[in-house]
Design a protein around this ligand. Structure first.
Ligand SMILES: Cc1ncc(COP(=O)(O)O)c(C=O)c1O
Length: 380
């Protein structure tokens, strides 16, 4: 089979091609040297680089206002890559105490095996963060918006503290996406996104992103290639297609979420609604300054009847699938106490405000009344 692109003549495909090839052919050793040395553009082996990942990274670098970006095989791969690229044995990390569970495991359980230590601190307690950063922690890691209670981190204030202590400030922006906020413009050094969620947007890819300011790309690229964290072409191709509608999807889903957050309060059996767009949310004011164009598509509510009421809701509102991820075009639902926070003790869950009746919605872009009708069924 010919791989010569000349059959296209002068035609250029409107849609970017999918380069589903794990390796490239080269005319001679000189060409290989030139590509390897970065003198000429080109690709050799897909684990090191391939056109679909490069395209996606370049587009996302623009969206994140970054100097560089790299796509990885998952959000967790992106977090692993930044640790592997920047940390040495003996380094200390300061991290939020309300991170995604697997990130907490990576920092708290896995990294110590490689000589890293992490201290977990409430990112809203700036004096505690400042104290923990001293003297010279290697890295500060927080999420823009936490799961599931959607607490916000004051990124500009945290960036100033990280800068003062010479620490690299890394922000997981998955729940906000670059549509709502761009952490690099607020002083972060590196932003990480799970593209598996809203950015991919259709629950059919597993990918991550690192984007940053400054000179870190060679180290991050080496870590990704050597530790085998690279993204596959088809997922990159799908994610690029998802990007075309990301601003529209985020707008529509945020509008739906705000309407639902206000409407849910009056519904029978609902004892609490958690949404940063509500004036009673703990970080409502911060949300106003941190987020642009909306408060996001994630929303939680508590059912007074606890776990039994949640089970009833799941069975009755079957049009909102119980699906413990987020960012699909349609509304999905999760139960943090049984999924993301399952392995915390009941006392710790209580301390964090995660009750057995708490339902987390990833609000989609359906017409609002379709979602409301389904929620009404669940509450019946
Ligand atoms: C906030 C956050 N960060 C990181 C991740 C990990 O992303 P991935 O599942 O793409 O590895 C997740 C996954 O749910 C997440 O919610």
């Amino acid at each position: 089979m010919s791989t010569d692109p000349s059959p296209l003549g002068k035609s250029v495909p409107l849609v970017p091609p999918l380069y589903q090839s794990s390796v490239y052919t080269l005319p001679d050793l000189d060409a290989l040297d030139q590509i390897s040395d970065g003198v000429e553009p080109g690709f050799i082996y897909a684990r090191d680089a391939h056109p679909n990942a490069r395209r996606l990274a370049d587009i996302l670098a623009g969206w994140e206002a970054a100097d560089w970006a790299i796509v990885t095989s998952s959000g967790m791969a992106a977090i692993s890559a930044i640790l592997l690229a920047t940390c040495q044995q003996g380094d200390r990390i300061v991290a939020s105490n309300r991170l995604y569970g697997r990130t907490t495991q990576l920092l708290g359980q896995e990294s110590p095996r490689f000589g890293l230590s992490t201290v977990f601190v409430d990112p809203g307690d700036l004096p505690a963060i400042e104290a923990a950063l001293k003297p010279g922690a290697r890295l500060l890691f927080v999420e823009t918006m936490s799961n599931p209670l959607l607490r916000l981190a004051d990124l500009a204030a945290l960036a100033a503290l990280a800068r003062a202590s010479g620490s690299l400030f890394v922000v997981d922006n998955t729940f906000a996406t670059p549509i709502l906020t761009r952490p690099l413009q607020l002083g972060a050094d590196v932003v990480m996104e799970s593209l598996t969620k809203m950015i991919g947007g259709h629950s059919d890819v597993t990918l991550g992103l690192l984007a940053g300011r400054g000179e870190l790309l060679p180290q991050v690229t080496a870590a990704s290639s050597i530790w085998g964290l690279s993204a596959n072409p088809f997922d990159c191709w799908l994610a690029e297609r998802g990007l075309a509608t990301l601003p529209l999807r985020m707008q529509a889903a945020s509008d739906n979420a705000l309407s639902l957050a206000l409407w849910l309060e009056g519904q029978k059996g609902v004892s609490r609604v958690v949404y940063p767009g509500r004036t009673d949310h703990a970080d409502h004011q911060l949300a106003g300054s941190l987020l642009q164009g909306g408060y996001g598509n994630m929303l939680c509510f508590d059912l007074a009847g606890g776990r039994d009421a949640v089970n009833r809701f799941l069975r009755l509102a079957s049009g909102i699938p119980f699906s413990p991820s987020l960012g699909n075009t349609t509304t999905t639902l999760s139960h943090p106490a049984s999924t993301s926070h399952r392995y915390l003790s009941p006392a710790e869950r209580k301390r964090q405000g995660i009750s057995d009746g708490l339902i987390r919605l990833s609000v989609g872009i359906e017409p609002l009344d379709v979602i409301q009708a389904e929620i009404r069924k669940g509450l019946a």
